[in-house]
Write a protein that binds this ligand. Structure first.
Ligand code: DGY
Length: 325
């Protein structure tokens, strides 16, 4: 009997055909209430899951006694309880590398849009508010030559440092678990503690994963270290930030602006105070959302899944402890 693969993300026809050639495939097209019911119904016979953007709690996965693998179409794995999966010997895979450059592009788009007030001023033009040449009230801040602060120097942090250093002549400060000499050499970057970064960087960019350690890391105390010229950028995860403290820092002028691709709760509530602020550029978690990169991520996830169900060690295995091999 064919193994049962449950997709909760739509794939291209080509990838779908690759899976259908070997497995019984159930596709859940939308993760609305009906889609979640379909997922619960499919779990008892599922051998593998592939998708992203929902939390797969143990209480849900307990419904799937035959589950061998979850191929997440994301690099972040904060939607999974890794200890639980490992204990059950369910392999978890992710999609690193293929989205690095695209996500760093998003980071830079937010840096530029926030500093140069692109969205606010484009809206002004659209609303017929451009009646004469604009003055200081609408000026932005320079990006080139300013200090780029990167919190979390993983692949995406490095790609951001590359853009800042080579493209915009920015001195780079970074904070991460440990110093990275190769990064320092390539981008003339300087390692520092978090407080120093928050105090000295003009752009404070989060690129670190959400873990028990990083949840709520950027809180009221952290915002108090920043300067009225600071611009805060989050392309990591919303829960790394205390959103109430962020709103207060923006309201009180403790920081100049924020470019945010991720939020404590997604989708962001339409009545969030963040959406009332001209100095906030908010995007709907588009870090990796280009046609090319989303297809590459889906392909990577399919390859991980095929390996896992063939009894091979998948290339992007997250929980090595789950591997029986
Ligand atoms: C990732 O790949 O983790 C992106 O943030 C999408 O969730």
């Amino acid at each position: 009997m064919k193994k049962h693969v449950v997709l909760y993300k739509k794939l291209s026809a080509q990838l779908m055909e690759r899976l259908q050639a070997q497995f019984q495939v159930t596709l859940i097209e939308r993760l609305d209430a009906q889609g979640l019911r379909q997922l619960r119904d499919a779990l008892p016979s599922a051998h593998a899951l592939l998708g992203a953007s929902i939390k797969l709690d143990p209480s849900l996965l307990d419904l799937a006694p035959n589950l061998e693998a979850i191929a997440s179409v994301s690099v972040g794995v904060d939607n999974y309880d890794i200890d639980y999966l490992t204990q059950r010997r369910i392999l978890l895979t992710n999609t690193p590398n293929v989205l690095t450059e695209t996500t760093a592009d998003t980071g830079f788009a937010l840096i530029l849009a926030t500093a140069r007030r692109v969205v606010e001023l484009a809206n002004l033009v659209r609303a017929g508010g451009w009646q004469q040449s604009i003055g200081p009230r609408h000026f932005g801040s320079d990006v080139h030559g300013k200090t780029l602060g990167i919190v979390g120097m993983g692949r995406i942090g490095e790609a951001l440092a590359q853009r800042g250093h080579f493209g915009f002549g920015m001195p780079v400060l970074y904070h991460s678990h440990s110093p990275k000499p190769a990064v320092e050499q390539r981008f003339n970057a300087r390692y520092c503690d978090l407080d120093t970064l928050l105090q000295q960087a003009d752009f404070i960019c989060l690129t670190l994963p959400l873990t028990a350690e990083t949840e709520g890391l950027i809180n009221a105390r952290a915002f108090a270290q920043m300067r009225p010229e600071s611009i805060f950028i989050n392309i990591a995860r919303g829960k790394v930030v205390d959103e109430t403290a962020l709103i207060e820092a923006l309201r009180s002028g403790q920081i100049r602006g924020a470019g945010l691709d991720v939020f404590e709760r997604e989708p962001l509530d339409a009545d969030s105070p963040l959406l009332q602020m001209d100095n906030v550029v908010a995007t709907p978690h588009i870090g990796s959302a280009t046609h090319e990169t989303r297809e590459a991520m889906a392909r990577c996830a399919v390859e991980n899944l095929l390996a896992a169900l063939a009894g091979e060690r998948p290339k992007n295995l997250v929980n090595a402890g789950g591997w029986k091999g």
